[in-house]
Design a protein around this ligand. Structure first.
Ligand SMILES: [Zn+2]
Length: 291
């Protein structure tokens, strides 16, 4: 995107260095972004955008009079960290452009883009980023002495690049569409830009080497899982299978990573040699059904 920005910024509220937000208003802002949703998204396929700051960080979001009075541009500050805060991708995508001052644009797919400005140490053009990955650091590039992040969401379906004309009212963490002129500033807004946790593993003992399958309802073999202690993620019913010894028949299957290298494949729970019920791990905990 091409940037048309601002020389001197006159931010209405500066970051305080020792903020411990405890007011009722801040509690409200932190606890329930959902409560701030004002209706359906007027645009299709918008990613689940999060604040472009690490998980748990508290942000002041506002605009300033130098912005056009369209309420779409957002300036963000981090409480307690005026300089050098990591800036994180609001959703997954590809960094397809650098622009001045200190800006990047990320293409998220299905017509959606976000821009981040005034940063230093930007990630390279071409970088594929996941939500929560660091894309640069808060600085004052093009806004001397006033470190902040300028953030925009843009919608340009069918285009590989978005421009100012494609800027839309942001929806962040379910809050919006935002009109920053009407609601400036939003204080103590807590980032939920958290990396998705690694899937929980349950340990089991398989009594024999078994084939892996593409699904619990498929006879297509795609590798093998060795006998012994193995981890699995979850369980689901499917085709009934029988382990010859000890003779065990079960319709339950286990999702796991195979020893032959394929990840997220399926093995029959009959190979645990433990009967026909929903399988349990070695601690006796029932393995949850896959979602
Ligand atoms: Zn700005």
């Amino acid at each position: 995107m091409t940037a048309s920005l601002s020389g001197g910024l006159a931010l209405a509220v500066m970051v305080s260095t020792d903020t411990a937000p405890t007011s009722a208003a801040s509690v409200a802002a932190n606890s329930a972004d959902a409560a701030a949703v004002r209706g359906k998204d007027p645009l299709p396929n918008r990613p689940d955008f999060r604040l472009p700051f690490p998980c748990g960080v508290k942000v002041l979001a506002q605009t300033y009079p130098g912005h056009d009075k369209d309420g779409k541009k957002i300036d963000m500050l981090r409480y307690g960290m005026e300089w050098n805060s990591p800036i994180t991708a609001s959703a997954s995508g590809t960094v397809h452009q650098h622009f001045s001052p200190g800006g990047i644009e990320i293409r998220h797919g299905k017509g959606w883009f976000t821009t981040y400005m005034h940063m230093k140490k930007r990630v390279k053009v071409g970088s594929k980023v996941k939500r929560g990955d660091i894309v640069g650091y808060m600085s004052d590039v093009g806004s001397k002495g006033r470190p902040h992040l300028h953030y925009e969401q843009l919608y340009a379906p069918g285009k590989n690049d978005a421009d100012n004309q494609h800027m839309v009212r942001a929806i962040i963490q379910g809050r919006g569409p935002l009109d920053m002129y009407k609601e400036t500033p939003i204080k103590n807004w807590k980032s939920t830009n958290c990396k998705s946790p690694a899937p929980k593993k349950y340990y089991v003992v398989t009594k024999a080497k078994t084939s892996g399958y593409t699904s619990p309802k498929s006879n297509k073999r795609v590798g093998y899982l060795n006998k012994g202690k193995n981890y699995v993620f979850c369980t689901a019913p499917g085709i009934s299978k029988t382990l010859p010894k000890p003779k065990t028949t079960s319709k339950w299957w286990l999702k796991t990573d195979l020893d032959s290298g394929q990840t997220g494949r399926w093995v029959p729970a009959a190979y645990l040699g433990k009967g026909s019920g929903q399988p349990k791990d070695i601690k006796g905990k029932t393995i949850p059904r896959c979602k």
